[in-house]
Ligand binder design. Structure first.
Ligand code: HEC
Length: 195
């Protein structure tokens, strides 16, 4: 009788531990990654399209409102649709709220290395299930490579159109998001979901 107690404990312990630390299954992880790719892809497509249209219609300074108002709106739509927390951040942020946290900064640095090693910028992303004080969290980052279109508002300050410069100076006095060249990672779309 005495022998069965430790035997039971040995059996029960791994089950209990697994119960505590249980995370999503491989299938659940794959589904979350697929959803994060869909959400970030939709954000890029929607914003890119609206940006191009607005530049044509209103000029680059008029298009600033697409980045300022529509980017957070579309990110909020994607958050709702996919049950994620979606936003854009950059180590050289323009929006004062766009500062990356430690995970995001590391993710972008890793993506920049992979880009430099020749990986296709279109599919450059990374993800991880991380432990936080309040439980596990799914985290995902997609690189936003700088395209020629982006330079109108993120390029060399000396070559920015005057009206853009004036508008940026008025709206973003702390702006760090200029000086980019094509192909550099402008920032990331960052996606989170508490599990
Ligand atoms: C018409 C001007 C304009 C163009 C063109 C533009 N941006 Fe922006 N971008 C902005 C403004 C303004 C903000 C700040 C938006 C805000 O207040 O959230 C911004 C913010 C961002 C951010 C969020 C992080 C931060 O710095 O605050 C990223 C990432 C970004 N832009 C990437 C791009 C990329 C990639 C392109 C090209 C596909 C692009 N932008 C084209 C004006 C522009």
């Amino acid at each position: 009788m005495q022998k069965t107690v430790p035997a039971l404990a040995v059996l029960a312990l791994p089950v209990l531990l697994a119960g505590c630390a249980v995370g999503p299954t491989a299938e659940e992880q794959a589904a979350m990654v697929a959803d994060a790719r869909k959400a970030s892809g939709a954000l890029i497509q929607k914003l890119g399209g609206e940006l191009q249209g607005a530049i044509k219609e209103k000029g680059p300074d008029g298009a600033i409102s697409v980045c300022k108002e529509r980017a957070p709106q579309v990110a909020a739509e994607m958050s709702k649709q996919f049950n994620f927390d979606v936003k854009r951040v950059s180590p050289k942020n323009r929006n004062p709220a766009g500062v990356p946290d430690a995970w995001e900064a590391e993710a972008q640095a890793g993506l920049e290395k992979r880009l430099a090693a020749g990986e296709d910028p279109k599919t450059l992303d990374t993800w991880q299930i991380v432990d936080t004080p309040s439980g596990k969290m799914f985290r995902f980052a997609k690189a936003l490579p700088t395209q020629p279109l982006c330079l109108t508002c993120h390029g060399d300050p000396a070559t920015l159109p005057e009206p853009v410069k004036a508008r940026l100076a008025a709206d973003y006095p702390q702006d760090k998001a200029t000086g980019y060249a094509p192909g550099m990672v402008r920032g990331i779309i960052t996606i989170k979901r508490a599990l």
